[in-house]
Design a protein around this ligand. Structure first.
Ligand code: ADP
Ligand code: MG
Ligand code: MG
Length: 908
């Protein structure tokens, strides 16, 4: 019989920490915490497989399947706690919690205090001697259950939540500000009104039977796997829908039982900076999500953290100690135990832990632990620190770092000079580091609108964020919230995204209706600019200039480490000495693609290029090319100089000629004047260059094979530049690359021109220099006949942009009309221009490599498409046996890390 329910409690568990696929991350770690002796309220986990069964067989069938196991597991909790489920004298209350394989914070639903009804609440009141606590728990339960299970949600974005509306009315009637100011009788009244609202909206009474409540809650958690925000989160994080969520049912412990109770969230290291400092937030007399919801200002866990917080917020030590003391000061015993547990958990799981805990009447209970989400900077620092501490080894440290997240470290920071004159409007909490500047918007949808229609990354300004805002947060430059601490939704999500965030800026008065933000007397409206410093919490008026990030310390250490394990080299795509220099700083080991046409656009050169294109005959073309020769030679000398002996692959002219000629009448007239010919002549010539399908047109080696003088000029510029550079004392390692061949004869023809030109120069100058001639493999036929091609080519570089276009038959310029729909419908899983299509394009690459090396042993093979900087594609390149990948300068670190990871994974 398939086991569908796994129990845990009192230091025993049927599951363990390795069973994340089956039990979800939360369930697996709850089991593991029991096994290592951490105090955890008893409970059980219903497996992720049951979630899949729920979606295939439906609710009733699933309840039938799991009922016996669940009943047995509930009996075990009863035995541990001495309470009884569905009993109104000594009721057992439980939480019903979602928990997928990968953590999806706040995306799915959780229900607390399940098991309460009008009678049970009285029993809890009597037993605890705390009537207020009992009713506070009850009203929370009715609200949560109503929301999640009974669908009591606001009808539209403008509508208020029906329960919040009742609370607001009640507070107004009683003339109080805070929930905590409501009396027990007020809470009783609240429950009554909640239940009446349920009856009115759903037509049914609120269920009093605990079993009915439990099945409703369990099925809702399964259902929440498919809610919009969970679906979106999975999409953003590449989590497959098949995984499903587990459900954890667990005895309640109460942080809202009075002033000797508390609840909180903590991290074993700083998730923003990576500093090895235990930190977190808590609230006295509170339950569950009060801390992250941002309704009350949470306090710091450690005394050190509390002092730092007070300093950054301008709170005096006196105020801090009296109004916002740390847990360390308020409950020293529980704190000591928590500190010991967090050390233990980090050591045990050998990673930074993000933990939830509750203190019930002085007794500490752990409710969750998981590897904490962190910024890119924290990711690198924690990995390097843990390596130093010998908690993990080098390979693990490399694998721990997510390549794509390195991107964050390369982002700009505020310019130091601009900072001096920046006008500080207010200061919030430094929730997620970085520098952001942009126009403000107040709704997540508007952030999307600004991005899509105005091409502007906005700053999303909210009182607090919720999981519904995910999409807008993702496209925003930064996030500012008025409420919420370092563990608020906004803060946690922003850190996960590596997005700059300032949270809890209490001075910010936000009016959603008027769409205004007022800070200390300055009123801003939608579209006005502000800047955020996510590392200090400062908010500035207007734009503040940014500058490039500095890369040293732990980042450099990680990069050095990658060199030790990588097999593939990483080169860069660079067209200028400046790009080349940046890439070298990032550790590039050569240029894999230097596009010569970019050199043609600058300044006066374009005139000579146009003259060449519009010339009537070879003589005319040669005249214009003679003007370009010294310019190109100079460019190449600059690049060779910068690369200082590292290999440089230069691609001969590639794009169709019409890209270089003017298309407006005015520009054509100017050109006619410059060339001293008639406007009509120019217009006709430009028209004659028009192609129906330029991607498949007169471009690549087809240019050099129809106009050999172009190749001749480029070969001359290259060889002469190489000789000149060497004369000045810098070594040159030149690789000349012929683009877009599909037939070996195309390459042969080009190679003959290059070799003849070189020989001529060698005779002229009485000196020689070595160079290679290779080709791009980007036409499928070239890959299929790579054995023939390699008889001529001395190296291959896979141009996976064109190879993808031609293999899939997609034009990159026209995919906008169908690719988004294909992705949405799942016809394609990923954009093949971002992530290399391993099955299709990938097999051409493998075939190309293998056939090429069959005729030329050890043939050097690389890739120079955009894919060269994308982690999964880099991994593929490693497995396909390529010698190097080449990518844009800012992606070099990402490619280096990915290449090292691929090598390590292969060895495992
Ligand atoms: P999420 O995955 O969104 O964090 P959780 O299932 O962890 O949701 O629960 C939400 C909140 O409720 C957390 O603060 C958690 O600590 C608290 N909670 C969950 N179960 C219990 C319980 N049995 N007793 C007390 N608090 C609980
Ligand atoms: Mg949680
Ligand atoms: Mg190409």
């Amino acid at each position: 019989m398939t086991k569908r329910v796994y129990t845990f409690g009192n230091k025993k568990a049927e599951g363990n920490g390795k069973m994340k696929e089956l039990l979800g991350g939360k369930g697996a770690n709850l089991a593991e915490m029991n096994l290592i002796g951490v105090p955890v309220p008893p409970g059980f986990t219903i497996t992720t497989d049951v979630c899949t069964e729920y979606y295939t067989h439906g609710r009733d069938k699933v309840v039938e399947m799991i009922r016996p196991e669940v009943e047995k597991a509930i009996a075990e909790i009863e035995a541990h706690t001495g309470n009884k489920f569905n009993d109104n004298k000594n009721p057992l209350l439980v939480s019903v919690r979602s928990g997928a394989r990968a953590s999806m914070p706040g995306m799915m639903d959780t229900i607390l205090n399940l098991g309460l009804n009008d009678e049970a609440v009285e029993a809890i009141a009597k037993k605890s001697g705390n009537e207020r606590f009992a009713w506070d728990s009850y009203r929370r339960f009715v609200q949560m259950y109503g929301d999640v299970v009974l669908g009591m949600k606001p009808e539209s974005k403008e509508d208020e939540d029906p329960f919040e509306e009742i609370i607001d009315h009640l507070k107004a009637e009683k003339k109080v500000q805070n929930d905590t100011d409501l009396t027990t009788d007020d809470l009783k009244e609240m429950v009554k009104r909640f239940k009446a609202a349920v009856k009115k909206q759903t037509g049914n009474d609120f269920p009093a039977d605990a079993w009915e409540q439990l099945w409703g809650a369990v099925m809702s958690v399964f259902q929440s796997w498919m809610n919009d925000r969970a679906i979106l989160y999975r999409k953003l994080n590449n989590i497959p829908a098949e995984w499903g969520t587990a459900v954890n049912v667990q005895a309640m412990v109460f942080g809202n039982m009075g002033d000797n109770s508390a609840t909180g969230v903590c991290f074993s290291r700083d998730a923003a900076t990576g500093e090895n400092l235990f930190n977190g937030e808590y609230l006295v007399n509170a339950q569950g999500e009060d801390v992250v919801a941002g309704i009350r200002t949470p306090q710091q866990i450690t005394a050190e953290g509390s002092r730092r917080w007070a300093q950054s917020q301008g709170v005096s030590e006196e105020d801090r100690a009296s109004k916002f003391p740390s847990l360390e000061e308020v409950m020293p015993e529980a704190y000591k135990e928590l500190d010991a547990i967090q050390r233990n958990l980090e050591k045990y799981f050998t990673d930074m832990q993000d933990m939830e805990f509750t203190i019930q009447d002085g007794k500490l209970w752990m409710l969750q632990t998981r590897s904490g989400k962190r910024t890119g900077a924290a990711m690198v620092k924690i990995a390097m620190d843990m390596l130093d501490e010998k908690l993990i080894d080098e390979k693990t440290a490399i694998l721990r770092c997510e390549a794509a997240k390195l991107d964050e470290l390369l982002h700009p920071v505020f310019d130091k000079d601009a900072m001096k004159s920046a006008q500080v409007m207010t200061k919030g909490l430094p929730a997620s580091p970085g520098a952001a500047t942009g126009p403000i918007v107040f709704f997540a949808e508007d952030a999307e609108v600004w991005k899509d229609t105005k091409r502007e990354e906005a700053i999303l300004v909210r009182i607090e964020t919720s999981p519904e805002d995910l999409k807008g947060m993702n496209v925003a430059a930064g996030i500012l919230t008025a409420r919420g601490g370092m563990t608020s939704h906004a803060a946690v999500v922003a850190r996960g995204m590596g997005k700059c965030c300032v949270s809890g800026a209490g001075d910010a008065k936000i009016d959603y209706k008027a769409r205004t933000l007022e800070i200390n007397g300055t009123k801003l409206k939608e579209g006005d600019w502000i800047s955020l410093n996510g590392s200090t919490g400062e908010v500035y008026l207007g734009k503040v200039a940014t500058q490039e990030a500095e890369l040293s310390g732990d980042f450099a250490k990680l990069m050095d480490l990658t060199s030790k394990y990588t097999r593939m080299k990483v080169r860069t795509n660079a067209d200028t000495p400046n790009d080349a220099a940046v890439a070298i700083k990032f550790g590039a080991q050569g240029i894999g693609l230097c596009r010569t046409e970019h050199m043609f656009f600058e300044g006066d050169r374009i005139l000579a290029v146009r003259e060449m294109i519009l010339a009537d005959d070879e003589d005319g073309r040669r005249k214009a090319l003679a003007k370009l020769l010294p310019i190109q030679r100079g460019d190449f000398e600059g690049i060779f100089e910068a690369m200082n002996g590292l290999p440089v692959t230069v691609r001969l002219l590639d794009p169709p000629l019409h890209e270089f000629v003017p298309h407006t009448e005015k520009d054509q007239k100017d050109l006619a004047k410059h060339l001293g010919i008639g406007f009509e002549t120019v217009r006709e010539k430009v028209e004659s260059l028009h192609e129906v399908n330029p991607m498949l047109g007169h471009r690549g080696c087809r240019l050099g094979n129809t106009y050999p003088e172009i190749t001749e000029m480029q070969a001359r510029a290259l060889i002469e530049a190489a000789l000149n550079t060497r004369k000045k004392g810098t070594q040159v390692n030149l690789e000349i690359m012929v683009p877009l061949i599909g037939n070996v004869n195309e390459l042969k023809y080009q190679k003959t021109i290059i070799d003849n030109t070189a020989r001529q120069i060698f005779t002229e100058r009485g000196e020689e220099i070595a160079y290679m001639v290779g080709t791009m493999i980007e036409v499928p036929r070239a890959a299929l006949t790579a054995d023939e091609v390699a008889e001529v080519a001395e190296f291959f570089s896979f141009g996976t942009n064109d190879l993808t276009q031609m293999t899939l038959g997609f034009s990159r310029d026209d995919i906008g009309k169908f690719l988004p729909i294909y992705l949405e419908k799942g016809i394609l899983e990923q954009d093949p221009f971002q992530v290399l299509d391993r099955v299709g394009v990938g097999s051409l690459v493998r075939e190309g490599v293998n056939k090429g090396r069959s005729t030329r042993a050890g043939l050097k093979c690389g890739i120079c498409g955009e894919h060269g900087g994308e982690p999964s594609s880099v991994e593929f390149c490693h497995t396909a046996g390529l010698d190097y990948v080449s990518c844009s300068p800012f992606r070099v670190p990402i490619a280096r890390l990915s290449a090292a990871q691929a090598a390590i994974k292969e060895g495992k």
